[in-house]
Write a protein that binds this ligand. Structure first.
Ligand code: G6P
Length: 611
């Protein structure tokens, strides 16, 4: 969690840093700060969003061509002005920004206290900056060496940038476990947690690897490992359009991203799927393609919305390929001594490609000899780099904390992978394969149609904005969609919501149903239709309020439900791509009507880079 930005060059650093922090606010937004070298190191920091920091520094002299900034998602110490970053060393000579957690900070702090260091905040970061200072003073060494020595002693995760009062031409950065990108401009360098603060200035970047230290000094970048062995920076050119990360006329990023789905699904298929030619190519899976196709068992690791995409993927793979699949919460998998054998197949699904638990889970699986296939949205992200092979979802930057277009892109790419595997295994009839390809190509248009329901959904939302609980029920492919619909609502509107398999309702949730309980049924015409109709009757018999997502032209449910939302028909496996759209919009409108900040819901962050 947390976003970091730093700049060194000839331009004014403060505006670049503040703008960059705003782009990174999705990573955390409970406090923000900036440090500039301007007659000594000045630090300005404030609890709240980057806008509060901006107001704080409005009248300050911010003249400086070097600086570091941070937007925080609290781990050690509550969100307040003092715990905000940057943190300054006792002498005032160093300031540091940090994303991650220093796990052994308590013992280091104890040692520093015994040496006379004092601490203002409760953070592990203030311990780290003073640890570096103590090493630098005791050993009389360069700052870069002190940083390396300190990081060799540190347990945990970090991406840091450190600035020194006595060297206006130097910034030092390092990473282990938390992302850090360095932008290389003409006579200037940018550091950030992802490329979004950098791309309007340069598209040449270096993704720092774990255990690497980057030193920019006198306009030159040097990278070493923690033992001081120099490494050659691998400079990449990134392609990302600035307008893709701006709101583009929508009130919120979330709404923009919901509306982008016809295009993002299309982008995900581009160059991969061609129904007319019967072609399906996943360019990122080549060397290990046979291994994948012949898998005896597949394990999918993910968190949050990506885990829901994993559940749908399980259905795809088991139905089309007849290979057993297990879907794991990465945070559970990694701590329960899972059975992974040499050559097993493991998928990691992650929008950000940085989720700490997913990353650790696949590293564990890799250490046991598994072949890892990464499904990430963020190009160059950690998961994409540690995976053996994989595929990008190509949904474009997703800024809204609640994931929407990344989910449908994940379904799209997993559908294509499963279909391709099934074709190669001979477990799918040729005619089914072809009709699936044709229908997948139709999905963007059908999603477009589902988006036209927006006004109706807004009206329905008005009836339920004051609800305190919600139940989401679905069967088969629509069960993970029920989970996702409930997650969307609770994330952004703070209404308690539960997703359940519709039949399982009788084993508990039915006790909750009364006239105040809205129940969302995802009841499209598929193999479980008759059963779900019975479930709707069971809810109506107990006076629950039913909102049903149905297939166009369905009048059976129309007669029973309080509200019906009609979505276009599609093949059963592809329905999640369509049935989730009204649920995203419903959550969005309810949250807006409740006055919630949908793009930055409380306590959440887009990218969870801590365990
Ligand atoms: C956070 C985000 C969710 C996301 C989850 C997994 O909780 O708020 O939207 O689904 O992390 O993130 P990933 O980047 O691994 O998909």
């Amino acid at each position: 969690m947390c976003g970091i930005v730093a700049y060194i060059g000839q331009q004014q650093a403060a505006p670049i840093i503040i703008k960059g922090l705003k782009r990174l606010e999705y990573r955390g937004y409970d406090s923000a700060g900036i440090s500039l070298l301007n007659g000594g190191l000045n630090v300005y920091k404030k609890m709240g969003k980057v806008a509060e920091l901006e107001a704080l520094v409005k009248d300050k002299s911010l003249e400086s061509t070097i600086g570091i900034g941070h937007t925080r998602w609290a781990t050690h110490g509550e969100p307040n002005d003092i715990n905000a970053h940057p943190h300054q060393s006792n002498s005032g000579e160093l300031t540091l920004i940090h994303n991650g957690i220093i796990e052994n900070y308590a013992s280091i702090k104890q040692d520093l206290l015994s040496k006379g260091f004092t601490f203002k905040s409760e953070t592990d970061t203030e311990v780290l900056v003073n640890f570096i200072e103590s090493i630098k003073t005791e050993r009389q060494c360069s700052l870069a060496r002190a940083v390396r020595i300190a990081l060799n002693a540190v347990v945990g995760a970090y991406a840091i940038v450190i600035m020194s009062a006595d060297n206006p031409n130097q910034l030092i950065a390092a990473r282990k476990g938390s992302p850090l990108v360095i932008g290389i401009g003409k006579g200037e360098f940018f550091f950030a947690s992802d490329a979004t603060p950098i791309i309007e200035y340069t598209n040449e970047v270096v993704y720092l690897n774990d255990f690497e230290v980057a030193i920019v000094e006198n306009n030159k970048l040097t990278i070493t490992d923690l033992k001081e062995v120099e490494k050659t920076p691998y400079i990449q050119t990134i392609e990302m359009e600035l307008e893709a990360i701006e709101k583009g006329g929508y009130d919120h990023f979330m709404l923009k991203e919901i509306y982008e789905q016809p295009r993002s699904i299309q982008d995900c298929m581009r160059g991969r799927l061609n129904a007319a030619e019967g072609r399906l190519v996943i360019g990122g899976i080549r060397e290990y393609a046979n291994k994948l196709v012949n898998s005896e068992r597949i394990v999918i690791n993910a968190c949050g919305t990506s885990w829901h995409a994993g559940l749908v993927s399980e259905y795809f793979i088991e139905e089309f390929c007849r290979i057993p699949v297990e879907v794991e919460y990465a945070s559970e998998f990694r701590y329960r001594n899972p059975i992974i054998n040499e050559g097993d197949t493991v998928f990691a699904i992650s929008q950000s490609g940085e989720t700490a638990d997913t990353l650790a889970a696949i590293e564990l699986a890799k250490s046991k000899g598994a072949i890892i296939f990464g499904l990430c949205n963020v190009v160059g992200s950690s998961i994409s780099r540690v995976s053996h092979e994989g595929a990008y979802t190509h949904a474009g930057p997703e800024i809204g904390v609640a994931s929407t277009k990344a989910f449908t892109a994940q379904l799209t790419v997993m559908f294509m992978i499963a279909l391709k595997m099934a074709y190669k295994r001979g477990t799918i009839a040729d005619s089914t394969y072809r009709s699936m390809l044709v229908e997948m190509e139709n999905i963007p248009l059908k999603v477009e149609k589902a988006l036209q329901l927006n006004e109706q959904i807004e009206e329905i939302a008005a009836n339920f904005k004051d609800a305190t609980n919600f139940l989401y029920l679905g069967r088969g492919y629509n069960f993970p969609v029920a989970l996702e619909g409930a997650l969307k609502l609770k994330e952004i509107s703070y209404i308690h919501a539960e997703g359940y398999p519709a039949a399982e309702m009788k084993h508990g949730p039915i006790a909750l149903i009364d006239e105040d309980m809205p129940v969302v049924f995802i009841a499209t015409k598929d193999s479980g239709y008759e059963k779900i109709v019975s479930n709707i009757q069971e809810v109506k018999a107990r006076k629950g309020k039913v909102i049903a997502i149905v297939t166009e032209g369905d009048d059976e449910i129309h007669k029973m439900a309080d509200h019906t939302i009609e979505v276009p028909h599609t093949l059963e496996p592809l329905m999640p791509l369509i049935s989730v759209i009204p649920l995203q919009l419903l959550a969005y409108h309810i949250a807006i009507m409740r006055g919630c900040n949908v793009d930055q819901p409380r306590n959440l962050a887009k990218s969870v880079t801590v365990e």
